[in-house]
Write a protein that binds this ligand. Sequence first.
Ligand code: ATP
Ligand code: DP6
Length: 318
Amino acid sequence: MEEKTWVRMVTAQTPTNIAVIKYWGKRDETLILPVNDSISVTLDPAHLCTTTTVAVSPGFDQDRMWLNGKEISLSGGRYQNCLREIRARACDVQDEEKGIKIAKKDWEKMHVHVASYNNFPTAAGLASSAAGFACLVFALAKLMNAKEDNSELSAIARQGSGSACRSLFGGFVKWNMGKAEDGSDSLAVQLVDEKHWDELVIIIAVVSSRQKETSSTTGMRDSVETSLLLEHRAKEVVPKRTKQMEEAIKNRDFGSFAQLACADSNQFHAVCLDTCPPIFYMNDTSHRQVKIISCVEKWNRSEETPQVCLTPHSRSLT
Ligand SMILES: Nc1ncnc2c1ncn2[C@@H]1O[C@H](COP(=O)(O)OP(=O)(O)OP(=O)(O)O)[C@@H](O)[C@H]1O
Ligand SMILES: C[C@@](O)(CCOP(=O)(O)OP(=O)(O)O)CC(=O)O
């Protein structure tokens, strides 16, 4: 710690994930605890992903972060929660070659610099917060030599953005909503790895890369406060649908998978419309989306079992 010149750096890359049973609504806004389980598929890191480099040096006098080349504030609760939780788990770091020695107790005083890039539009409905916070937490854990496994790290990433907890794993991933008030059982688990269903082709059509008018955080808060359909969805629909989806994935049953994913996405948009004020995630691009949706519907009707599954979010069709 006497040497002021060294810098220790770690770079990580994390893909985004697309929900096929959607998370929409929190029962605890600070800990980010959801009102229902959700299931997603993690994309190939070669496609939509975040690359984050974290660095620590005795020369840094404050925590700082640059997102896509622009400095952003780390004062928000979500960033602070992730930094605090990883710092609390930091362990001794020793790199004799570079003359770096950081004792566990010293991490509290050390500052980090973070540089992160998304290779896809940020805050546009493509789950940048999912890839972003998963990558940040993973990279910080490596930097600070935290020993937690990916499931434990998922509970920390969740406190950055709910959907981030699912990006710690590849393949199909379930976020168990959990019951505990402290969020200790609200974790992501891998259902099957990326090899299980490798003939499944995922196409993302970005119909607009403009920032959404209503963020997921604000939108779901309004839905929890005002939508009666959300309550019905969380209590009656999703528990049953999640089990069916797990079966469909296990059996690589595309017909059931497509039917469940389409129904879930449609209900998510119905909840948005049932929200006061209503949220129109498909609004400004709907003329293009409707054309694609009706093509897919026609195609599926002409086959014995569905061949294509659509799960439109705000600006993307997956
Ligand atoms: N690489 C990143 N590292 C850390 N934080 C990020 C990163 N990318 C995005 N974020 C954070 O996530 C926010 C965007 O989250 P938001 O939920 O509004 O959009 P989204 O995740 O792209 O879309 P959606 O959740 O609808 O799929 C950004 O404003 C920023 O705070
Ligand atoms: C529609 C969704 O993509 C919503 C994602 O919401 P976020 O995870 O971005 O929300 P916060 O927890 O407030 O950060 C569905 C999903 O990914 O499950």
